[in-house]
Design a protein around this ligand. Structure first.
Ligand code: ATR
Length: 276
């Protein structure tokens, strides 16, 4: 049986094994998909020892995965980050399905039109790098990248190579940036502690806020978004299912139907929240 895994840290609560098992049942493809805990130091060795045919990579390993690929897709090259590894003999080919996953979730599941939108991206790590190129490709008007470490926002803006639309800014600049149509939290701040204060003036009654995380990790930013009066506050569950479907397509040549899998995960997530 073909074997796949998701690598990251922490990875025990990853939904990816469930999602890929559901896709496998739906498409009749026999596979095994497990979660393997790995950090910056031990990821290459654990990947080599795992014997997998393909892998997903989550935080904090997306830039590490990029570095170990012999070849990468154009979108992974632009992102400087890889979330999908495809075995090619003894070597790895890297791709990044995060951005397309986010765009599909926003446009197809939630019916948003991204064209000409003014977008704020909080964060400049692997998650932010993964989604930025796809947002530009979706025709947004401008992308403001704000990161705690300003040099990383500058580096991401340089890598994107679209200075007319991409504007790196420091966290201290946030109060002067005005209102955004779409606000994306791609920081890992809420996983390790608190999200730094965000001015309410960043959002208005037509704004949509998205946290790329889900569950506990998304609570603080989405609470801020509701308090700031956003029209919609979305978590990253839809993106998670869509990026998984794109990885599944790369490995197996079939794109599964994501709606029933998303509905199942959403019901489970809502049940957990109401049990709190
Ligand atoms: P990921 O793959 O989740 O993006 P990462 O590459 O480690 O993981 O990036 C984490 C992101 O969250 C970075 O943008 C980081 O900011 P720095 O580049 O300044 O480190 C951001 N981040 C993490 N903790 C944060 C906090 N407490 N406040 C603000 N930003 C934070």
């Amino acid at each position: 049986m073909r074997r796949y895994a998701v690598f990251g840290s922490p990875v025990a609560h990853s939904q990816s094994p469930r999602i890929h098992a559901a896709f496998a049942r739906q498409t009749g493809i026999a596979l095994e998909y497990v979660a393997i805990e790995a950090g910056h130091g031990d990821f290459p060795a654990k990947l080599a020892a795992s014997g997998v045919d393909g892998a997903n990579v989550t935080l904090p390993l997306k830039e590490d995965a990029f570095a170990l690929c012999r070849s990468v897709s154009a979108r992974a090259q632009r992102a400087g980050a890889v979330n999908t590894l495809i075995r090619e003999g003894e070597h790895w080919r890297g791709d990044n399905t995060d951005g397309l996953g986010l765009v599909r979730d926003l446009t197809e599941r939630h019916g948003l039109d991204l064209r000409e939108r003014r977008v704020l991206l909080l964060g400049a790590g692997g998650a932010a790098r993964g989604v930025a190129p796809a947002l530009l490709d979706a025709g947004i008007h401008s992308l403001y990248i704000v990161n705690r470490t300003a040099a990383r926002a500058d580096a991401l803006a340089d890598a994107l190579g679209d200075p007319a639309r991409v504007h790196p800014r420091a966290w201290d600049d946030l109060p002067g940036l005005g209102e955004f149509d779409l606000l994306i939290n791609a920081t890992s701040a809420t996983r390790g502690g608190a999200l730094p204060a965000l001015p309410m003036a960043l959002a208005g009654p037509r704004s949509v806020a998205v946290d790329l995380g889900y569950g506990e990790a998304a609570v603080a930013f989405l609470a801020w978004a509701r308090a700031a009066g956003c029209a919609q506050a979305l978590d990253g569950l839809g993106m998670l299912v869509e990026q998984a479907a794109e990885s599944f397509l790369l490995w197996h040549g079939v794109r599964p139907d994501t709606d029933p899998v998303y509905a199942q995960l959403r019901a489970q997530a809502d049940a957990l929240v109401s049990a709190d």
